[in-house]
Ligand binder design. Structure first.
Ligand code: XMP
Length: 325
């Protein structure tokens, strides 16, 4: 199949066009797949979620979703995926708890690219093991979108399970591969997915792993996860979630001196990063109202044990990248 968007595909700018796309896609998917089974790695990101929802509409239970929890997901993320897809949409969903496996492999690894490689390889291994348990699967679905094809930057490479071992050869199903992100969102909404899922901020494949800067330890990873949850909650409460493209916390592997109950201590610090961007190639660190910042600071210092300091990163890209590593 060609990798050029067909001219006949109109820009999907409204619900009506999204519905038409869905009708056509469902028809094509049914014709292509017939009664065979399809496997999909479902991370819970926008692209894999919309791909899953389309396939559920087309082939129902014959879509087998595999959700791998690599331990680097945000707070309650796996629960959300299970709730939406298994409980609400009735999907066939296999949940793989691979937390120990990933964290053991990552132990002591401080180099960011090495961390990414390990996460990517482990992801493919876990997924391949799961795939091998089913001998009646003919297709592999992927949430490839048009910018992935145009840019081929490879940042999605860990999600691209195209690197599966030789003995696992599937035909590819990529129902949203000619869509731009905003179109994928329109289609997601038309399929009935929640706004909180369709308008999620970008989340890197290595997840919190690249925000637990340096060698990942379980305790520091929890600090990232808990502080991130507080930040997201407060951004959502104040509407800032609609004003920023991406917002998260970082916990570097460094302790600074603090004081509590008249005693000096050494604890980690949390960095808040919130940026705006169009395509992630450049970014601005726009203003977060000070009253919201102080509320987030107070909650982090009170609720996240092991933190004695909160910083805000106001660096634009360039010179800084969006993620810290
Ligand atoms: P940077 O940090 O390079 O990030 O300014 C640009 C965008 O890409 C995301 N990002 C990643 N996404 N795997 C991904 O899937 C990665 O390894 C990765 N590194 C960065 C980042 O969150 C931002 O949206």
């Amino acid at each position: 199949m060609s990798d050029v968007r067909p001219e006949s595909l109109k820009r999907i700018t409204n619900q009506e066009l999204a519905n038409k796309f869905i009708d056509d896609a469902v028809k094509e998917l049914k014709e292509q797949i017939k009664d065979d089974k399809v496997l999909l790695a479902l991370s819970g990101g926008v692209d894999s979620s919309v791909t899953a929802a389309l396939l559920i509409k087309a082939i129902g239970k014959n879509l087998i979703c595999v959700h791998v929890n690599h331990g680097l997901l945000r707070k309650n993320e796996s629960e959300g995926v299970i709730n939406t897809f298994k409980n609400e949409l009735g999907a066939t969903l296999i949940y793989v708890d691979a937390v120990d496996r990933f964290l053991d492999k990552l132990k002591g690894v401080a180099d960011p690219e090495q961390k990414r490689k390990i996460i990517g390889k482990e992801f493919i291994d876990v997924f391949a093991e799961e795939a091998k348990k089913h001998n009646d699967i003919k297709f592999l679905a992927q949430g490839t979108i048009y910018p992935d094809i145009l840019e081929s930057k490879g940042i999605k490479s860990h999600h691209n399970v195209g690197g599966l071992p030789e003995d696992l050869k599937f035909e590819l199903v990529e129902p949203v591969k000619f869509l731009y992100k905003d179109e994928v969102r329109q289609v997601g909404l038309a399929l009935g997915l929640k706004e909180s899922m369709v308008f999620r901020q970008p989340f890197p494949g290595p997840g919190l792993g690249v925000r637990c800067v340096g060698a990942i330890t379980r305790d520091r990873l929890e600090l990232v996860r808990e502080s991130d949850a507080i930040l997201r909650e407060e951004f959502a409460k104040s509407g800032l979630d609609k004003k920023f493209w991406q917002y998260f916390t970082i916990v570097p592997d460094y302790k600074s001196v603090g004081i509590e109950d008249n005693k000096r201590n050494e604890k980690y610090f949390v960095v808040i990063r919130a940026v705006n961007s169009v395509d992630a190639t450049t970014a601005t660190a726009d203003e977060i109202p000070y009253n919201i910042l102080t509320k987030i600071r107070d909650r982090i210092l009170k609720e996240v044990k092991g933190v004695n300091r909160v910083l805000v990163d106001i660096t634009p890209k360039p010179t800084g990248t969006i993620e810290w590593e």
